[in-house]
Design a protein around this ligand. Structure first.
Ligand code: ADP
Ligand code: GN1
Ligand code: MG
Length: 359
């Protein structure tokens, strides 16, 4: 064990002392490939848990975040008990003193139920699977449709506000702290040239109703079980009042490209239209008449917006020196930005086709 691993093990042991379970024999492995938190699987002879160190630089409202998750879980469980929510609701384990998250030194941790036998996917492999994914995320939002939005804290202000994100990009360009602007000037210009799209997003957003949305509906925030069936929506960190088009758009972003978010062979990127059709048809069906006509129309705006907004966020982080998203290679955020902007371009080009597939 190197020093880093030893220090992590000591931290985890201290964290686990706060819970009423026997962790004397525990195996710890890393979980998933999220860009923000550090997540571990804990296996004891009797139990499996998820332990997560919440990134408090990105989530300064750390306690509110786990309290939000607790309220949402309780609401979903009530819906499940009334037969209105078919998915599992992984619970947060309360500490000995009844807390949903605990602070050790400067860091915040929480323990959660591990859904046994579950796994995540980074790619949708079939039209049938896409249909199940869309239905699962729609069921999640439908079950939260009567959740009082004012009861949850806004964890990250302006999270999917395109004007705010463009301002952040502008600031990063003006500061050019890392001297990286010359290497991405064309991409920056492309983003600022999308003004008419941005105005369209701003206008339609004002007219859409607020829901409690997930705001990070990438495919690996859905747990699957035997037979590749979705069994639980996870990663509730960004559940906040938002727009359905955001959740739909992030699903499209991560399901409809043939390439991973950070793949550099962008010239080979293809938009999977059959997967898009399955997503939009099943998302709309699962909502039924709970979705307004304008919300239906906005779904394609969301499909363009999410690759664009996340592309600009990756680009901003690249210019700022990779302070936000975890990176594992040089120019990782730039690669992600190039790929997401390419996806945005493909979605825009396919728009007339997408409109037909949505009918
Ligand atoms: P991040 O915010 O870093 O994306 P997530 O909450 O998505 O963290 O968790 C990271 C990974 O841990 C997931 O992709 C999944 O593989 C696994 N995971 C999280 N929660 C559970 C759970 N309740 N049961 C099983 N696996 C889980
Ligand atoms: C981050 O935590 P994770 O990896 O699920 C980010 C999302 C981005 C996503 C891009 C709080 O999600 O907004 O869409 O990376 N989460 C936060 O992969 O910023
Ligand atoms: Mg995640």
């Amino acid at each position: 064990m190197d020093n880093k691993a030893r220090s992590l093990k000591m931290d985890i042991d201290t964290v686990l002392n706060n819970y009423d379970y026997d962790f004397s024999k525990v195996e710890i492995t890393s979980l998933g490939n999220g860009h923000i938190n550090n997540t571990y699987k804990l296996t004891t002879p009797d139990f499996e848990f998820v332990l997560q160190q919440i990134n408090h630089d990105i989530f300064p409202k750390t306690v509110e975040l786990s309290c939000n998750a607790q309220k949402i879980n309780l609401h979903l469980l009530a819906q499940k008990n009334s037969g209105n929510y078919p998915l599992r609701v992984p619970s947060q384990v309360l500490s000995k003193t009844g807390e949903t998250c605990i602070k050790i030194g400067a860091n915040y941790w929480r323990l959660m139920e591990f859904i046994s036998g579950s796994y995540t996917l980074d790619e949708v492999e079939s039209v049938q699977q896409a249909a199940l994914v869309a239905t699962a995320f729609a069921q999640f939002s439908c079950a939260l449709s009567d959740f009082p939005a004012n009861d949850i804290a806004v964890i990250i202000e302006d999270f999917h506000d395109i004007s705010f994100r463009m301002n952040q990009l502008k600031e990063a360009v003006e500061n050019n702290h890392q001297d990286r602007l010359a290497g991405c000037q064309a991409l920056v210009k492309f983003c600022f040239d999308q003004q008419s799209f941005i105005e369209h997003v701003v206008n339609i957003s004002k007219k859409l109703p607020l829901h409690v949305t997930h705001n990070d509906t990438k495919i690996n925030n859905l747990l699957f079980t035997t037979g590749d069936k979705p069994c639980a929506v996870i990663d509730l960190d960004t559940c906040m009042p938002g727009l359905l088009m955001h959740d739909f758009g992030d699903m499209v972003r991560t399901c409809c490209s043939n390439l991973a978010e950070d793949d550099t062979s962008t010239d080979k990127m293809i938009l999977k239209l059959d997967i898009f059709e399955a997503l939009i048809q099943n998302y709309q069906n699962a909502f039924g008449d709970k979705m307004t006509a304008l919300e239906k129309e906005s779904l394609i705006v969301g499909a363009k917006l999410l690759p664009f907004i996340i592309g600009t966020r990756f680009l901003t982080d690249h210019l700022n020196g990779d302070n936000y998203f975890q990176v594992s290679r040089e120019n990782h955020n730039l690669d992600r930005a190039i790929s997401q902007v390419q996806l945005f371009t493909l979605v825009c080009e396919a728009e007339p086709e997408l409109v037909k597939l949505a009918q």
